[in-house]
Design a binder for this molecule. Structure first.
Ligand SMILES: C[S@@+](CC[C@H](N)C(=O)[O-])C[C@H]1O[C@@H](n2cnc3c(N)ncnc32)[C@H](O)[C@@H]1O
Length: 270
C-alpha cells in the first residue's frame, strides 16, 4: 500500500511529472522494504479492509445460488509483496493466480509460497473470525502452497477471450502504477474483464495519492477518491458496489495520501 512507504515529505509540491506504467522501475521494487514498512504488523486500516473483504466473500458464497459452483480459480492482480488478498480467497479457490509485473516481487512470492512468513499470521487470524476460514480442513500454509500459482505478467495483457477467473482481488495497484487516469481506468477495466460474470471481487485503493517510494526508488500514482473509483467500477459491475473510505484510523503515518478505499462488488454479465 505504497504511500505508507516513505511518501513525499510534508510541504513538498505535488508531483507534476507524468509517468506511465511502462516507465516505472518495477523490477527495482524492494519487497523486503515494502513488507517491513507496510505489513510487518497488522495495522487497523488493513484490519478494517480485511474484515470487509472477508465478509463480502463469505456472504457471497453462503448464498444458495453460488453453492453448486464447480472448481474455482481466483486471481490477485498486482499481488506484489502482499499475501492477504490471496489469503482472503483461500477457502473458495482450487487455484489462485498471483499476477505480478515486478521480477523482484515475483521472487518474493515464490519464496513465500512454500512456507509464508509469520508476519502474515495476524492477518489470517482476522479471517478466521468467519466460519469458512476457521473451518478449513487444511492448514492455511499447506493450502496456500497447494493453490497458489505465481505468474510474472502485465495486467494490461489480461485477455478475457483467453482466460477468466471466478473471483478476484486487486489491492493498491490501478491508482499506484501510473500518474495517468486513463491507465487507472484501463487497469480497473482489465481487472474486471478478467472475471467471469457474477464473480465476486474486492479492490483497494489509496486515496489522494501523489506517488510513493519503496527502498530507494520512487513509483508513480494518480490521485483518486470514491467518485473516480465508483465511476471506474460501475460499468462492469452488477448489483450494489459497497465502497468504504477507511481514512486514517490511527492518524496519518506520513503525508502524501488521504486514506484508503475498499470496494466490494460483483462482476456484471456484460
Ligand atoms: C503499490 S504495489 C501494491 C502491491 C500489493 N498488491 C499490496 O496490496 O500491497 C503495486 C504493485 O503493482 C504491480 N504492478 C505495477 N504495474 C503492473 C502491471 N502493469 N501489471 C501487473 N502488476 C503491476 C507492482 O509491481 C506492485 O507490486
Amino acid at each position: 500500500m505504497d504511500q505508507r512507504s516513505h511518501d513525499v515529505a510534508l510541504g513538498d509540491p505535488p508531483r507534476t511529472r507524468h509517468e506511465l506504467n511502462a516507465d516505472a522501475p518495477w523490477d527495482s521494487f524492494d519487497p523486503a522494504a515494502y513488507v517491513d514498512h507496510n505489513y510487518r504488523l497488522l495495522r487497523s486500516d488493513d484490519e478494517e479492509i480485511l474484515i470487509a473483504v472477508r465478509d463480502h466473500f463469505s456472504d457471497h458464497f453462503r448464498s444458495a445460488s453460488t453453492a453448486s459452483a464447480g472448481p474455482r480459480r481466483g486471481i490477485d492482480v498486482g499481488a506484489g509483496a502482499n499475501l492477504y488478498p490471496a489469503l482472503a480467497m483461500l477457502p473458495w479457490c482450487d487455484e489462485i493466480t498471483l499476477l505480478e509485473r515486478s521480477a523482484a516481487n515475483v521472487q518474493y512470492l515464490h519464496a513465500q509460497r512454500s512456507d509464508y512468513d509469520s508476519n502474515w499470521n495476524p492477518f489470517w487470524d482476522v479471517l478466521t473470525k468467519e466460519g469458512a476460514y476457521r473451518d478449513l480442513a487444511e492448514d492455511p500454509r499447506a493450502r496456500f502452497k497447494r493453490t497458489v500459482e505465481i505468474r510474472e505478467g502485465n495486467l494490461f495483457d489480461l485477455d478475457p477471450d483467453r482466460e477468466q477467473w471466478s473471483m478476484g482481488t486487486m489491492f493498491f495497484v490501478a491508482e499506484s502504477m501510473s500518474t495517468s487516469y486513463e491507465e487507472f481506468r484501463t487497469g480497473v477495466e482489465r481487472f474486471l474483464r478478467a472475471l467471469e460474470p457474477g464473480a465476486p471481487y474486492a479492490a483497494a485503493f489509496m486515496e489522494g495519492s501523489v506517488g510513493y517510494e519503496v527502498g530507494s526508488h520512487r513509483f508513480p500514482a494518480c490521485s483518486v477518491g470514491e467518485t473516480e473509483v465508483g465511476e471506474a467500477l460501475t460499468p462492469l459491475s452488477e448489483g450494489k458496489i459497497v465502497l468504504r473510505s477507511i481514512g486514517m484510523p490511527d492518524g496519518p503515518l506520513r503525508p502524501g495520501y488521504e486514506g484508503m478505499i475498499v470496494a466490494c462488488g460483483r462482476r456484471s454479465s456484460e
